[in-house]
Each structure stands twice: as C-alpha cells, then as structure tokens.
Write a protein that binds this ligand. Structure first.
Ligand code: ADP
Ligand code: 5GP
Length: 187
C-alpha cells in the first residue's frame, strides 16, 4: 500500500502543484485526487480539474454524509478528499496522489495508515514569499496569512514523523527528478 498512495504537502507557494503537474503525466498509473474546496477559483482554475468548487452548504453536506476521507479548514477555507474516487481508483488497480495540508495528512493516516508522505519545502522564507507574490493569484491579505501559517506548518511537518521524504525545492528540475524517483517505486 505504501507506494500506492502518495501524499504531497507543502507550505503555500513552495511549488508542490508545479512539481506535481510537471511529473504526473509521466505516470499514467497514478491518478490525482481532486479535492473539494470552498475556496473561490483562481483565474484559470477549472471546476472538476483543479478542484471541485463547493459552497459551504455543499461542503458541510459532504461532511455530514461521510463522503470525505478527511477534511480541514486551511487558510480560512475548507478542503477535503472525496471518498468514492479513492476507493474506486484503488479498486481499479491505479495508484493515487493527494495534495493535503500537513494536518489533513494526520487525519488521512487514520483511514489509510500506509501512505508515502512527501513534504515540499522552499529553500528559505524569503524565496517562499517571492514565489507567493510572483504567482500573482492571491491578495496581500491572503499572502500574509499563508506566510504566517507556513511557519507553523513547517514546524509541525518536520516533527510529526509523517513525511518520509522532504524535498527542498530550490531548483525545479532537480526537485522534479527527486519526485520522479519516489513515484517510480512500486510495491
Ligand atoms: P504550491 O502549490 O506549493 O502552493 P505553486 O506550485 O503554485 O506552489 O508554486 C508557487 C510559485 O512558485 C509558482 O509561480 C511557480 O511557478 C513557482 N515555482 C515553483 N517551483 C519553483 C522553483 N523551483 N523555482 C522557482 N519558482 C518556482
Ligand atoms: P490552495 O488554496 O493553495 O490550492 O491550497 C491551500 C492548502 O490546502 C494547501 O496546503 C493544500 O495542500 C491544502 N489542500 C488542498 N486540498 C486538500 C484536501 O483535500 N484536504 C486537505 N486537508 N488539505 C487540502
């Protein structure tokens, strides 16, 4: 099971989505679990591709009806992993990669204790801030909140023992190669 479920986490802006998008097409047997969220779509984000964009009411319905593997409130919005996709994809013999915040990974492990945890970190805070700004998707208020949360997330992630791999994303191609090596492992 270890190499069937991969969970990527990172402080916002570290480059997790960029890395995943760069590498995932090379692994047709690994499917990306699209999360549900109450966050508003960013420019270019497509419902059902990047996220399932939900109202709070719809999201709470999913919680109440036990339709999520895990969920958490992150940076002021709700995010969760739809259950049926994971079950169906595993049953069909595919592997699954998830994008979860560091606390979501803890709850995820209660359901699937044997996943591979991959933590993506920026080389330092200055670079993290530069990347969040350069991405040009978030307001100043949102950037400040994400930077504030990043300190706590990194502290927690480094000590929680949930991440077998820590990738320092300084150079994109180098880090993408490290990710490829991890995903190449089969049971
Ligand atoms: P995350 O998904 O972790 O929040 P993103 O993948 O959206 O982060 O990346 C944040 C920004 O940093 C994007 O504009 C992306 O192009 C850029 N980026 C990602 N990795 C690198 C890297 N190694 N060097 C320079 N810029 C990067
Ligand atoms: P963003 O708004 O930048 O797309 O994502 C913000 C945070 O939410 C990131 O830390 C990301 O890993 C996390 N996230 C995305 N989907 C899920 C999910 O399904 N569950 C949990 N717990 N966190 C998620």
């Amino acid at each position: 099971m270890k190499n069937k479920l991969f969970v990527m986490s990172a402080p916002s802006g570290a480059g997790k989505t960029t890395l995943k998008d760069l590498v995932i097409t090379e692994f047709p047997d690994i499917h990306y679990s699209i999360s549900a969220t109450t966050r508003a779509p960013r420019e270019g984000e497509i419902n059902g591709v990047h996220y399932f964009f939900k109202t709070k009411e719809e999201f709470f319905y999913m919680i109440e009806h036990n339709l999520l593997v895990e969920w958490n409130e992150v940076h002021g919005n709700y995010y969760g992993t739809p259950k049926c996709f994971v079950e169906e994809t595993l049953a069909a013999g595919f592997r699954v990669i998830f994008d979860l915040d560091v606390f979501g990974k803890m709850n995820f492990d209660k359901v699937y204790p044997e996943s591979t945890g991959i933590l993506v970190l920026p080389p330092n805070f200055e670079v993290l801030e530069q990347r969040l700004r350069a991405r040009n998707t978030d307001s100043e208020e949102v950037i400040q909140l994400r930077l504030k949360n990043a300190k706590m997330e990194i502290e927690f992630a480094k000590t929680c023992g949930k991440y077998e791999f820590i990738l320092i994303n300084d150079n994109l191609e180098k880090t993408a190669d490290e990710l490829r090596q991890i995903l190449r492992k089969q049971d």
